[in-house]
Design a protein around this ligand. Structure first.
Ligand code: AMP
Length: 488
């Protein structure tokens, strides 16, 4: 819905290549379709002959994976994709499949259910979108696939990937998330899209209330960032969705971590899945330099501003625990002359998208976000991550700092640790298996900033209160701000 400029350019070049299609190409397509239909029928027959077996235990499935001799995948051509997808990959400058794509796509094309253990940045979206689009090319039916994502921004990002990869094949997709106009979404759904990318709660709203809309013809279900879907308590909504979609379907579950909850979810919703994995459990990359600062509780803002001065001009994400902290810290930074935008769940959806776009396009170099932004978002070049508030969930630490040092680039993270956070720090250090070194600071410089930052903080607190009062009156949520866990 809000493709980046970059995305638009990519799509334009794709359209051009599609125009060049000749009658010969079309004949070739029809021939290939006939061949593939034949192959599919054959493989269906051989599947029927396989004895019904219980889903294998994870260990068995994993060892089977390593035992199987896999063909080498060096290019998208090796994946036997239809030309429309090959051209799209080319136009997107995807030279070769990423490891998760090389692992997942062949199984996807074979029609298997998949569990993908991979983080954002690994190319996982295309890893599930490509087999779906390849199957869609032959089926051409509406409501073909639904992708469930935990956050609205991630849903838009996934839709953009589908659109870019599917633009040569007349793909119709919609993004159905909370915070956007229900009527407009209802109209979009009635136009019979092939792919629906949604946050679970809003999709369920439409399934329950929109006459004539059902997912009874669904062929593919994807649960992306499934660990986060469950963390955000979408479990009951997922159960409801499972009840109104066909059992006969292909299901993909992608998650950054494999938790007990995920294990339960996969047993309830997948059939004999293949597990593909490219991420180590809870690891941070070597190109990331992590450090921390012990900060007296009342001086957090002064230390933060000191850091912003140190990292002037760099692209920075500051993570906060609550919406109010995100709003206040962005205001404080702005009052003191930094270019910062907040991103949290008390903003409207269009404010959130615009904040993200401003940051992605480099119009502003500081994004102050709650954990809503910590996961799933593909923001290519973040130099520094600052944990203004230490996350209470230590896995969230990994996801936050994972916003920088991506794709082989170097990056830095600094965590502000007060006397009240020491227990949380110990838990984080245990999970990353290292002690966070102390950031060296110039204390005189920090002290000299204190009065000046204190005054600006008072103003930022006033403005944040005003913001929250207007939200409380007619706003979307008058709820207490215990942390940012919305979405629907
Ligand atoms: P994802 O993990 O799906 O969020 O993808 C992360 C980024 O990698 C996105 O910007 C994709 O456009 C990009 N990407 C995905 N697949 C490839 C590929 N095969 N080659 C290069 N870039 C890719």
């Amino acid at each position: 819905m809000s493709p980046s400029i970059d995305g638009k350019i990519k799509k334009k070049s794709l359209k051009k290549s599609v125009k060049k299609e000749t009658a010969l190409d079309l004949a070739e397509k029809i021939k290939r379709k006939a061949l593939l239909d034949k192959k599919n029928n054959e493989s269906k027959e051989s599947k029927v002959k396989e004895p019904e077996s219980e889903p294998e235990s994870q260990d068995e499935e994993e060892s089977k994976e390593t035992e199987e001799s896999k063909p080498t995948i060096n290019s998208f051509k090796d994946l036997k994709l239809i030309p429309e997808l090959l051209e799209a990959c080319q136009a997107l400058k995807f030279d070769k499949p990423t490891p998760i794509q090389a692992e997942a796509i062949p199984h996807g094309i074979e029609g298997r259910d998949l569990i993908g253990l991979a983080q954002t940045g690994s190319g996982k979206t295309a890893a599930f979108a490509i087999p779906i689009l390849q199957a869609l090319w032959y089926a051409q039916t509406p409501y073909f696939a639904t992708v469930l994502a935990p956050t609205r921004e991630l849903a838009y990002q996934i839709k953009d990937t589908f659109d870019a990869l599917g633009s040569g094949m007349g793909l119709r997709s919609v993004c159905i998330v909370g915070g956007m106009d229900m009527m407009e979404q209802a109209r979009d759904l009635m136009r019979k899209p092939h792919v629906i990318v949604a946050t679970p709660g809003r999709l369920m709203d439409h399934l329950e209330h929109l006459k004539g809309f059902s997912l009874r013809a669904l062929k593919f279900l994807v649960m992306d960032e499934a660990d986060r879907l469950l963390d955000m308590e979408f479990g009951p909504v997922l159960d409801k969705i499972f009840k109104v979609i066909p059992r006969e379907r292909t299901t993909y579950l992608f998650s950054a971590t494999m938790t007990n909850k995920i294990d339960k979810l996969q047993r309830a919703s997948l059939t004999n899945p293949v597990k593909v994995s490219v991420s180590d459990r809870y690891s941070t990359v070597d190109t990331l330099i992590q450090s921390m600062m012990i900060v007296p509780d009342g001086q957090k803002n002064t230390y933060l501003i000191y850091l912003l001065n140190q990292f002037e001009g760099k692209s920075i994400i500051i993570f906060t625990r609550t919406c109010a902290h995100s709003q206040r810290t962005a205001l404080l930074s702005r009052i003191l002359g930094f270019s910062a935008v907040p991103l949290h769940g008390q903003l409207t959806q269009s404010q959130r998208l615009s904040a993200l776009n401003r940051f992605k396009s480099g119009k502003t170099n500081i994004l102050v976000a709650t954990d809503v932004a910590a996961r799933g978002l593909d923001i290519p070049s973040v130099d520094i991550v600052i944990n203004y508030d230490i996350p209470t969930d230590s896995k969230a630490y990994i996801h936050r700092v994972g916003r920088t040092a991506r794709a082989g680039r170097s990056g830095k993270s600094v965590s502000l640790v007060t006397q009240y956070d020491l227990e949380l720090l110990i838990r984080i250090e245990a999970i990353i298996n290292m002690k966070l070194p102390k950031e060296s600071v110039n204390r005189d410089e920090i002290l000299s900033l204190h009065d000046y930052v204190d005054k600006a903080t008072a103003q930022a607190i006033r403005e944040t209160k005003e913001f929250q009062e207007t939200k409380g009156k007619g706003g979307k949520r008058g709820k207490k701000d215990y942390g940012d866990r919305e979405e629907r």
